[in-house]
Ligand binder design. Structure first.
Ligand SMILES: [Fe+2]
Ligand SMILES: [Fe+2]
Length: 371
């Protein structure tokens, strides 16, 4: 399946409407495949085996030393006060915010675990020593991240059965180049999201309603480094970054940005609680991600184009209407959902053709995380 087909194959109508009230609900939520929910991927391992990083060897070796140094090996452990703090803070939260927070934890865990599975599968199925080593380091990191999130879900008795999730969740096949574009972006946007939240709560500790946010600063440096790895892999193979592939990069940038925007705007309480406005937060994250992505992508989306925000708001409105339609029953439900999906497709296409900004690739690929 190609990337576009995977996007269109998504059930636009199966959006998140139910509440999480039990471990069973949480596990079901992790299993759902919607346009907004994280997916599991598989790829062409033979092609992965042939990756050649010799043209970026110097930067690659420095990066591998950082992985080996493992400066976060002791980070993902809870201190004694963690569970107590959760208890006293969460008691004060209203149900809406709790539900959005559970959704945030489940979504984050699913995407961390998705990385863990993919990197592990690649590692097991190839011989290429550079890529094998990289994949084992990244799987190590993602498994820590997923485990740490699961501990927080277990505090509410919403622990996810990771073995079961691995066995039963649907996998999407992506060619390696689509894995690179999508995973690079999700690692970098993950960094941008976590660091923006961390900086906000550093300034306003009274708005830190759960202790997990204190872990975000060192955590997001792992994601940043994972993104650097894909940046080097892509820069080592320049054909991935020109010609028709620029249209694919454009597609992935928009798909990732739009998904995040719509999803965040369906969780208003979570952002309000942290003193963030979803729109401002998302644009701050877009700005950081765009700035970082200059290391590898020769184009940037014009996020300041007036039609850009307008289109994202239209997608959000359509997604909310889809949720409402889902809750109803009746003869015209499916027709209505189809009509909404068709409108979403038109808006997405318009967004796709907003002119992009060209950007010159820098000589040195790696960039330090300075946000
Ligand atoms: Fe991670
Ligand atoms: Fe990561």
């Amino acid at each position: 399946m190609n990337a576009q087909a995977a996007f269109m194959d998504t059930d636009f109508t199966q959006l998140l409407v139910n509440t999480v009230d039990s471990g069973e609900d949480a596990n079901k939520r992790a299993l759902t495949n919607t346009v907004l929910a994280p997916r599991f991927y598989t790829t062409d391992f033979d092609a992965m085996d042939k990756i050649d990083v010799s043209s970026v060897r110097q930067e690659w070796d420095i990066m591998m030393q950082e992985y080996e140094g493992d400066n976060n090996h002791d980070h993902f452990q809870r201190d004694e006060g963690f569970a107590l703090e959760v208890k006293s803070l969460m008691e004060k939260l209203d149900e809406n915010l709790k539900q959005e927070f559970y959704d945030f934890l489940i979504g984050s865990l699913t995407s961390e675990f998705s990385g863990c599975i993919l990197y592990n599968e690649v590692r097991k199925n190839i011989d290429n020593p550079d890529i094998k080593k990289l994949m084992s380091f990244m799987a190590r990191d993602e498994s820590r991240h997923a485990g740490f999130l699961n501990q927080s879900l277990k505090d509410f008795n919403f622990g996810i059965d990771l073995g079961e999730l691995k066995r039963t969740k649907k996998y999407t096949f992506f060619k390696p180049k689509f894995i690179f574009y999508a995973t690079y972006l999700s690692e970098k946007i993950g960094y941008a999201r976590y660091i923006t939240i961390f900086r906000q709560l550093e300034k306003h500790p009274d708005k830190r309603f759960h202790p997990i946010f204190k872990w975000f600063e060192r955590w997001c440096n792992d994601e940043y480094r994972h993104g650097e790895s894909f940046a080097l892999i892509m820069r080592a193979d320049p054909k991935l970054l020109k010609g028709i592939n620029i249209w694919w990069i454009r597609f992935f940038l928009l798909a990732v940005y739009a998904t995040m925007y719509v999803r965040d705007h369906t969780r208003p309480a979570l952002h309000n609680a942290m003193g963030l406005k979803a729109t401002e937060y998302d644009f701050a994250v877009f700005r950081i991600t765009s700035e970082i992505s200059k290391q590898v992508f020769p184009i940037l989306l014009d996020i300041d184009h007036p039609k850009f925000k307008e289109g994202l708001d239209q997608l959000t409105a359509l997604s909310l209407k889809m949720n409402e339609t889902n809750e109803k029953s009746g003869l015209f439900k499916h027709l209505k959902k189809g009509w909404l999906a068709a409108q979403a497709f038109v808006v997405f296409t318009k967004l796709y053709f907003i002119p992009v900004i060209k950007s010159e690739l820098p000589q040195q690929v790696r960039l330090s995380p300075s946000w």
